[in-house]
Design a protein around this ligand. Sequence first.
Ligand code: PMP
Ligand code: GLN
Length: 388
Amino acid sequence: MTARAAARLAGIRPTVFTEMSALAARTGAINLGQGFPDVDGPASVVEAAVDALRGGRNQYAPGSGVPELREAIVEHQERHYGLRWDPGTEVTVATGATEGIAAAMLGLVDPGDEVVVLEPYYDSYTAMIQMAGGVRRPVTLRAPDFRVERGALEAAVGPRAKLLLVNSPHNPTGRVLDAQERSVIAEVAQAHDLVVVTDEVYEHLTFDEHRHVPLATLPGMAEHTLSISSAGKTFSFTGWKIGWVTGPAELVRAVEGAKQWLSFTSGAPLQPAIAHALRAEEGFHVALAAELAHKRDRLCAGLRELDVDVHIPQGTYFVLTDVRRYGHLDSRDFCLALPERAGVVAIPAQAFYDDLGEGRHLVRWAFCKDPDVIDAGIERLLAADLHA
Ligand code: PMP
Ligand code: GLN
């Protein structure tokens, strides 16, 4: 950071995704790092966006989103989860989940407020907690199970705890919270009157018997919870940056209070296209999840051949490995050397930890890539000498 940068940015590193994708571009390495799919989402959704571009939907959309998208989001929440929100006051469209998270932190956290957050955490959380003046209180999910333990959660809730930020399905561990963890979180949140902000961007990308159940569906939780999601993962349009926040009007109002001064409004012609996706293309994410399960198996099998410990994910498109078997103690050093050693890029998961004892040696690999790309990546890794 430059000497002129504001103190609120002190210590916030450039996002690891930009750094690692730049490394892949510079070295020509296979990018198993940043999580974006190799194949775009449904053609009919692209057509709907083109129609909107040609059909005069090019001026500012309402700040909370175009009515048909807000209605489609509300229908989606009811259809999948039985949650009923008012499209006028209980949903707002954001420029990706990233802006939803930013606006939630800026709209709800006062300087000195404590934000309890599952660790490893998605990197925008820590940046936004800090920019809002909040204090992060991590609850570490520990290998090999990465479960939320009641004791750890309760210990993280201090007297100034205001907000609990939960991500499930969880990036980078691939965990999907189970019924017991969900009820522990709900009990602790209600006992301490916390606002719960849930990042559910991988809601439809779960495998085997694992299913995403929003915390807002638990008894008494709807009035405590803001649910955030995005079209990026569900419909493989990560570059469109159309996300949304649903929850009780009072909390959504706080998010909108901040969001109106960030982007004001998000890409107008993309919004009707995502409304169409939510209504007519749900088969896409069902097929995507099935396909990802195969890709997960393919990548995990390859990584196992490398003889590293592999933590099989239940959802998302990421898998964590422990690289200590190779004599590497530091995933950042490992990942920085990987393009030269093997022609592959991965993400050092230590970027998502305060507790380096838990995270220093973990590397995240993405499997939302073409199967040939995954195979080529594995082949390169198997051919390389990865020892420290
Ligand atoms: N949360 C998590 C856990 C993510 O992995 C990502 C990455 N897309 C985001 C939020 C950001 O979503 P969006 O691209 O919609 O801003
Ligand atoms: N969510 C994606 C990941 O975890 C990347 C998003 C980003 O680049 N900020 O890899």
